[in-house]
Structure formats: C-alpha cells, structure tokens
Design a protein around this ligand. Sequence first.
Ligand SMILES: Cc1ncc(C[n+]2csc(CCOP(=O)(O)OP(=O)(O)O)c2C)c(N)n1
Ligand SMILES: [Mg+2]
Length: 595
Amino acid sequence: MKLDKAEGQPDEKIAWGSDVAAQMLRRFGIPYMSLTPGASYRGFHDSVVNHLGNKNPGMILCLHEDHAVAVAHGWAKVTGEPMACALHSNVGLMHGLMSMYNAWCDRTPMIVIGATGPLDNTQRRPWIDWIHTTRDQGHWVRSLVKWDDLPSSPQAIVEGMARGNILTRTAPTGPVYICLDAGLQEAKLEKEPEWPDLARYTPPPPPRPAKESLDQAVALLSKAAKPLMLMGRGSRKDEDWQARIKLAERLGAVVLSDLKAGAMFPTDHPAHPVEPFNVLSKGAREILTEADVILSLDWIDLHGAIKQAKSIGKVDAKVIHASLDHHLANGMNMDYQGLPPVDVPMACEGDVATAELLAALGDGRKDPWKPRGPVKNKDTGGDVITLNMVATHLKAAFNNIDEVGFASLCKGWPVDIWPHRHPLAYMGKDGGGGIGGSPGISVGVALALQEKGKLPVAVLGDGDFLMGASAIWTAVHYEIPLLILINNNESYFNDELHQESVARTRGREPKNRWIGQASSNPTTDIAKLVEAQGAIGIGPVKKPADVKAAIDKGVAALRAGKVCVIDLRIPPGADRHEGASLGSRPTHAAEAAKK
Ligand SMILES: Cc1ncc(C[n+]2csc(CCOP(=O)(O)OP(=O)(O)O)c2C)c(N)n1
Ligand SMILES: [Mg+2]
C-alpha cells in the first residue's frame, strides 16, 4: 500500500470548519478514507490533504462512489473496524447507494461523510450549488444507516462525529452518515471548538445475555442428543474462532456454515459434515430435521433455514437464538428476514453467547453425532473448464492454503476442495445481493489483508466483475496486491436459470432463456479491460490444458505484489445446473461444438 504523498508541510493550525471534521477522524484513529471527489466537500478535502497531510486518514481514490463505499466495506469485513468514506452531495451519494445497502445488510461499521449546500441560500453559487443542495440529504440513506446527522456548528461537528464513531462501533454495528454543510466547512473558525477527552466517548462493551436466557440455553444443550450449531455473523478474531470449535466439541454438536457470513468454523472439521451454502443443500435440510436443539449464533436467516428444512420434514428442535439484530429492524428494509420461532432468545452477539456458554458448561468433550449427509463426488478433469478444476490448480499453486484469504467467492465455488481453516479464509458475501459490489469489496479486503500477512484472492462472476471493473484501478494505483479469477460464463447466468424456470412453468420455450441475459457477441475482453488500468490481465483461458499455467502466472504476480485478473471461460451450467438446456445461445453452441 502506498498513499499519495502531499507536497510541503501540512498547515497544522485548526482554522476552518472542515479542519474540525478531519481532526475528529484522526482522533478516532481512522487510517484511510475512500472517496470519489466532489466540490460539495472541497473544504473537507482540503483539510484532509493540506491540514492532515493526507495521513491518518490517507485518501484512497476510487473511480465510482459504489467502489468507494465497497472498499470501506471490504476493510471492515477483515478488521471489524470502520474506515471513513467521503461522498459528494446528492449525486455522489446516489451513486454510492447500492454499496451502502450492501454494507447495511452486512452490518458493516463505516463512517460515511457526505456534504450539501451551502444551506444558507445567500452563500450559494448560481446553479451548481443549488442542484447540489438537498434539504434533508440523510433521507436518501436513513433506512440504510444506524444514524445520520447534519451538524450546524463546529462544536456540533465534534459531537456529531463522536456520536457517529460510538454508534457505528456499537454492536450490532452498521454504517453512519454525517453530512457536512459546505458553508460550515468553508467558514473560518473564530476559535477552536472544545475538544473532548475521547476516552470518555467510547462504545460500550457488547451486551451479555440475561442470566435466565443463559440458564435455559445451558439446560437445553446439556440434555441435547443431537445439538446443531448454526454459524452466523461473528468476528474474524482467532480467539473467537477457537472458542466456536471448543463449544462444538464440548457439546458434540454438528455445525453448519453460511456462505453469507464467511469463514466462521473449519469446514473440514469432523463436526462440519456439509459444505457451506447460501440456499440450504439437501444435506443441510436433513440435518435441521434431525437436530433436537438448534443453537443459532446470529444466523442471518433463521426463519428461512427452518422454512427450507420443513420442505422435506418436520423441524421439532428447540431453538436458541443469540442475536442483537432486532435492534436494527426498521420499517423500510425487510433485510431482517422472516420471524423465526425461538424458545430461548439470547440478546447478545453469537461470539458472546459462545464465550458465556463455554464458561457455564465447563470442560468436557464429545464426538459429533452422525447425520445422514450425502457425500458429493467432485470431478476435477474433463474437456471443459470447471470450478473444481480451477480450485484444484489454485490450491496446488500455493504452498499452503492458510496463506490465502478469499475476498469473495462466486456461486458454485467448491469449498470442499478448498476448506476454510482460519477466520480470514473467506470474508462472506456482499450483504445486500447488489452485484457490482464485489470488485470494490475485494480491494478493501486486500488492503486490510496486507497488514494481516495473507494473500488476497477473489473469485467473481463476469457480471459482478464487469459492473464494478473500474475498482481495479484503485488497487493498482495504491499498490495493493490482489488476484481475481473470473468465472466467466458470458452471462448473467443466475438469471438465465430464472427465465428457464418461468418458461417451463408457463409451458413456454426454455431455449430462449439466454435472451436479455447472455453478454456474448462480443464477449468483453476482461484481460484488456484490466490492462488498461495497469493490472496484469491473463486470458481469455478457454482450454483445460491452459488453466494451470494461467493460475501459476497469476499467483506469481500476486506474490510479486501485483494486481492480476484471470479471465477463465467456464461454460454455463458446468457446476451449477443439472439437466438444463443450454438453449440456442450462439457463442456457447459454438464453444460446445469445438470441444
Ligand atoms: C445490482 C444488481 N443488478 C441485478 C441483480 C440480479 N442478479 C443477481 S445474480 C445476477 C447475475 C450475476 O452474473 P454473474 O456475476 O456473471 O454470475 P453468474 O450467475 O453468471 O455465475 C443478476 C443479474 C443483482 N443482484 N444486483
Ligand atoms: Mg456470469
């Protein structure tokens, strides 16, 4: 990572309204601020560059506001800490909205600084200041943040930012938005504000569960013959990872993991019988029907998991649910999911519940019970490129899989070939299902992993990558090493499957599923697209025989500190769809004929 170096000596005098906001970020220890610029915050921009000297925080320029928010999101996924992110008045904020939604759904701490105005009409420049002033700019994002503010004096900036810093870091975490009036930013200070002792303005420690909840949970788990632990949201700290393993081994529990939450438990541990999933696999559904006590550790969609399992049998288990997520329910977004039946609610984070249960249960160890889980056979050979083949070559290219942290994984990625064995093995999904976010998230993850000594790899769909492709420039410019593999099926293939399913239901032609979905003819040359931004582009790789060399070259580039993207042409459906018609899509028909 190499920040841009500001010329000259920083002007350390706190003299302007926006210097106060910049000072507050430094005083909370915010290391970076991602941004896409705009004159609505030109005062604040100057304060970060010329007053702080572009350090603590240092600026990370992005080519789109969606990437700026996504970079802060990725950083927080790894560190659990907020970065700052600056967005221009209304239009910049509107561009950043999708990534703010992703960050909100992923319960990500971040301090988003916005701007508007001048709110005083008499100070506005003709036209431009009027189109960039919104009376209540926070309303664009009020349902996607824990709190928003529009401070109206330098002292109010101090209080607003101190409150924002506390709120974003308080469990359950989430973004906050602080909008700085352009007039206030550019006002000369008559005197410095009163600086608070920030040691007196810190987030409270996470809440512990009530004694009666803990007692009831211990009573249920002590008697359980088939306890099941559902690994939802949790920290990326090693001590929490170890505690989860200890609790599973103490209980003799079977464990399931959710791809949305990322690596929370070793996926090749004897207690972890089926691959992590987004939608429940058949094996996972069976396990839910067999369990007698379910311990949900902030599982993201407990209602949905039980509903899916009920499609194949009864779910009779008693349910313990540790979560603080109910604090974030609002009337706008339904990201809180369906209302699950819960026998023992524990109002605490999953990791707090784990620690409390371990302390209450005392020492001991049991083998996990044996569910009737199906075992998959993985084909890693064949005459078309498959994700299994890619995972196998990628694994062989590293000395040890513990070296790697996956910033993102595409649909169908075989976790059984590459198990998650440490808390930074995989950072989970984008939160809000907003595609185009993953390239920026991957850059933020890569930035944070550099300090953790892990090598960042992302496996992205072509549609996801192409929507956010200009995020790569930021990684190249700031020398943030990153390897991205593209699962390029030349389509928004997920949605092809939807079109096929609708057509079949209606007795219509499934072969037309590719129309309005396939992005071939021409297929974007991703290697050229990234080379144009200074990254190393490899591909298109079309033959299985070329996969190993491409991956070896990509891993060598990553080790050398470069940004590299490999375009792997993987025919649609190879890992995703059983018995699907490939339709009459021209490119794929031609590809198939060649092989
Ligand atoms: C911003 C946004 N637009 C559209 C969608 C709908 N959508 C969900 S998955 C998907 C296809 C993604 O394509 P790709 O990344 O290539 O993955 P594939 O399914 O082809 O493997 C689309 C369009 C979405 N989730 N987010
Ligand atoms: Mg695709």
